[in-house]
Design a protein around this ligand. Structure first.
Ligand code: PHE
Ligand code: ZN
Length: 870
């Protein structure tokens, strides 16, 4: 038996089909209404569906009804009330030849949620049942045309054991409920809004709710519930506040009101992504709901606020106006990320938020755009759509929307979005529809701007400012180029909005920010009335997602790091200064360190500086970011150079750091800006004190750990200790484990902190953590905690032995058997093998080859691996 199976699996499978954007065809059949009945059970759920099917008037031929299915077998099929045998399963999909133009089709299937380890479709998580349907999970629940341009009205009856599933939730409104036989009960839910199948959701479980209410600006009351397991209730307050804030914000900023009397959120422990915007029933990874100061860091609190807002905003950008096909994914995701970023900026500090967003873009999207998996924000083809939930579609997509907002200005941008929502409400739209609405509503021609939708790669812009003292003219010469992955950059003509200012070196002021738009390969801009050579502040606020190559001197960058009035540009100048120095160090070119020390000294001496912003200014560019700037990456050399500079800064300013550290003593916990700034700066200064190798560093960190009344301080202390060779490290990690072993989200941090340790034994430690009784491949959060922590630790993941690569490859192969979607997300860290020095490059390639050779690989992993090796 086994042998035969093996031989079968080893015969070369045909490559997964490539789906192309240009092949889009409108559906041949529509499903205006669907009635579903669920007889729920953890091991057996019976799903009965009744579809009202209508042949499209524009369908040319008598096309049969084709319903997508994945792993389903009908136990009964009826057409117009009569049993029906004339059907076929083709590649798992159900084909029923029908002659009329309207029929009623009834299908019954049986599912086993307890064995659904992919977490797509209906699955069991800690005794509850829940669903995940985006992008193509509904076809694992019932046969259906599982594509986003089929909008249907759903009515759902669900029934199950009242003890196991006291709470029964679905989209829309609960219209009736009652008790059945044998300890069962049922609920009937109707969703008045037509929706695509990917927005369907159902939850059944033993849950409790934090209940609140919201009144929309037109006076309609909305009941709000956040459903969690008993005991987690006290950790739902922040999410609830974020929900109410988002509802108000969308009314005020976009004029969008909520459209049901009920809004439910459910937190689940096993979830592939962050959260899901199902109509009226958002399902969340519990890490984006549960928080209190003892278990959540300030970053966790921010993550919750952002993701709650993101999912809520989808109610308009995604649900009321949805996507025609999955190539348009950025239509909802790019726009919604832009909306949640703007919301968070309004709720807290806009400057810090922008710095954070750009950091994420550079850490996750720029590498993607420069590697083998590069794709435009509107891709042209895919094999597995799950692989296209990327930083490019989401975060670069958001940058593209932001550029349109910049070009139009707030008022015209709002006219554009109003037109978009009004015109396409209730429709499945395209990215093109959005751009057209921007053009008409905002009165602008975006023909050339559309390049951003079809072009992969990060544009490079070189900027050179010259000055003629005789005429008092400054000239800014700009050039842009773009490289297809791996190739040489070629001149390009993207539309690149650049916010700039010319600072007077004497007065440290400028005469106003200007927006210039580069839309040719080369262009010069002149500025009159400049007596002295001004200092160029460019791409202020990161107005365009580009790589800037400016010829500014270290002295000019140092000047900007002290005097630029645009916080992002000021931060960026310091980063640029440090980056250039470190790159020179790594490649053995002479560079001036004093200018950096002076710049750091200057910001430390700045009396008016915001403490949180100071903390940002002090951070060195990450090892990964430095690697991205190099033609051939040597992780060890990067690490050594960076640590050396950290140590030097630590030593040079030790007294100042200690003073700041003491000044930032925490009082009563609060989430207000001042208290958060103190926590942030305290952790950053602790890091520098430790980097200066002083004797009491471990003690200081350990004291911080012991005295902490919040997770930000605790994690900061543990982070510092994690790299050390000291008893305090052992004590703290042991204590942390004991205290939090029953809180999965906090235990995740314990795994991550160790995986991110810079110690030489980290590879070994990760290997043994993978065998820890609390480690499991079945929980995506736990897998990410250990392995994403590890791959985000360049110097240890890229251990010259290649051991890290092998461990990752083995994990991916094992995980692929149960959860292909999550497994595939780890391929990119090996995928950029061509960029590394020869030894590592070869070892990375071998790890990829090993994955490629594994039998029975999923479509998800095989697409990513084959593209990475191509
Ligand atoms: N659509 C979700 C979001 O961005 C993400 C998601 C995709 C969740 C696929 C689950 C599965 O909000
Ligand atoms: Zn989204």
């Amino acid at each position: 038996m086994l042998d035969i199976q093996k031989t079968d699996a080893a015969t070369p499978a045909t490559d997964p089909a490539i789906i192309r954007r240009e092949d889009y065809r409108p559906p041949a059949w529509f499903i205006p209404t669907i009635a579903l009945d669920f007889q729920l059970g953890l091991n057996q759920t019976v799903v009965h569906s009744m579809l009202d099917v209508r042949r499209s008037k524009s369908a040319k031929y008598q096309e049969p009804l084709l319903l997508d299915g994945d792993g389903l077998m009908p136990t009964s099929v009826k057409v117009d009330g009569a049993p029906w045998t004339d059907w076929q399963l083709i590649d798992g999909n159900l084909q029923i030849p029908l002659t009329g133009s309207a029929h009623e089709v009834e299908i019954t299937v049986e599912l086993d949620p307890s064995t659904n380890t992919q977490l797509m479709g209906l699955y069991a998580s800690q005794g509850m049942l829940c669903t995940q349907c985006e992008a193509e999970g509904f076809r694992r629940i019932t046969f259906f045309p599982d594509r986003p341009d089929i909008l249907s009205r759903y009515s759902v009856r669900m029934e199950g054991d009242k003890k196991l599933f006291p709470v029964l939730l679905c989209n829309g409104d609960k219209v009736s409920e009652g008790d059945g036989d044998n300890g069962r009960h049922w609920a009937q839910w109707n969703d008045p809004w037509p929706k695509p199948s990917y927005l369907f959701a159902l939850v059944a479980g033993d849950l409790v709710a934090n209940t609140d209410s919201f009144t929309t600006r037109s006076g309609k009351p909305v009941e709000l519930n956040i459903w969690v397991r008993d005991g987690d209730l006290p950790r739902t307050g922040h999410a609830m506040q974020a929900l109410k804030d988002s509802m108000r914000w969308d009314e005020e900023v976009y004029g969008r009101e909520y459209d049901l009397g009920l809004f439910n959120i459910v937190a689940v422990s096993d979830f592939n992504m962050g959260a899901m915007e199902n109509k009226g029933l958002n399902v969340f990874n519990s890490r984006y709901i549960l928080a209190d100061p003892e278990v959540a860091t300030d970053a966790d609190f921010d993550g919750i606020e952002g993701v709650v807002a993101h999912e809520y905003f989808h109610n308009w950008s995604g649900n009321r106006v949805t996507c025609r096909d999955w190539f348009q994914l950025s239509l909802k995701e790019g726009f919604t990320v832009y909306r949640d970023q703007s919301f968070s900026a309004d709720m807290g500090s806009a400057a810090l938020k922008r710095i954070e967003d750009v950091r994420i873009l550079r850490a996750a999207q720029f590498p993607e755009d420069a590697g083998p998996l590069a794709h435009p924000i509107r891709p042209d083809s895919y094999q597995e759509i799950s692989n296209f939930y990327t930083a490019t579609v989401y975060n670069k997509g958001a940058e593209v929307i932001r550029m349109m907002a910049t070009l139009l200005g707030a008022e015209r941008f709002r006219k554009g979005t109003d037109l978009y929502f009004d015109r396409h409400d209730g429709e499945a739209a395209t990215c093109e529809d959005f751009v057209v609405a921007m053009e008409e509503g905002g009165d602008i021609d975006l023909s050339q701007f559309r390049g951003w939708y079809r072009t992969p790669g990060t544009p490079r812009v070189s900027a050179k400012l010259s000055h003629d003292p005789q005429t008092g003219t400054a000239t800014l010469a700009l050039k842009q180029s773009l490289a297809a992955s791996g190739a040489k950059p070629e001149p390009s003509d993207m539309v690149i909005p650049l916010k700039i200012a010319l600072l007077d070196p004497q007065t440290e002021a400028h005469e106003g920010e200007q927006l210039i738009t580069l839309n040719r390969p080369e262009e010069s801009f002149t500025f009159e009335g400049q007596k002295e050579h001004p200092i160029l502040s460019i791409n202020r606020g990161f107005s365009a997602p580009i790589i800037l190559e400016s010829s500014r001197t270290a002295e000019e960058l140092a000047f900007l790091s002290s005097h630029d009035d645009d916080p992002f540009a000021r931060f960026e100048a310091m980063q640029q200064l440090m980056t250039s120095y470190l790159l020179a160090q790594i490649t053995g070119t002479p560079a001036d360190r004093d200018v950096i020390l002076q710049a750091v000294g200057a910001v430390l001496a700045d009396e008016n500086i915001d403490r949180a912003f100071l903390a940002e200014l002090l951070l060195l560019p990450s090892e990964a970011f430095l690697g991205d700037q190099m033609v051939e990456v040597d992780p060890q050399a990067i690490h050594d150079a960076r640590e050396k500079l950290r140590g030097k800064i630590g030593v040079q300013f030790e007294r100042k750091f200690r003073r700041l550290y003491k000044q930032c003593v925490p009082g009563e916990f609060s989430l207000d800006a001042e208290a958060r700034a103190d926590r942030k700066l305290r952790n950053v200064t602790l890091g520098y004190i430790a980097a200066s190798q002083v004797e009491d560093a471990a003690e200081l960190a350990f004291d911080q750990y012991r005295e902490a009344n919040n997770m930000t301080a605790m994690q900061g202390a543990l982070g510092v200790l994690s790299h050390m060779d000291a008893d305090e490290r052992t004590w703290a990690f042991e204590d942390f484990f004991k205290r939090f072993k029953d809180n999965a989200l906090v235990l995740d941090k314990w795994f991550t902190l160790q995986a991110m340790s810079q110690r030489g034994d980290t590879v070994k430690r990760v290997e043994s953590l993978a065998k820890h009784p609390d480690f499991t491949l079945s929980n995506p959060n736990r897998v990410r905690a250990l392995y994403a922590g590890f791959t985000n630790n360049p110097v240890r993941f890229h251990d010259a032995s290649g051991k890290g690569y092998q461990m990752l490859a083995d994990m991916v192969i094992a995980l692929d058997g149960q959860n292909p979607q999550t497994a595939a997300r780890f391929i990119p860290s090996l995928g950029r093998w061509r960029r590394y020095e020869r030894g590592r490059s070869e070892l990375m390639r071998l790890a990829l080859e090993k994955i490629a050779a594994a039998p029975g690989l999923s479509k998800d992993v095989s697409e990513q691996v084959s593209k990475s090796l191509a």
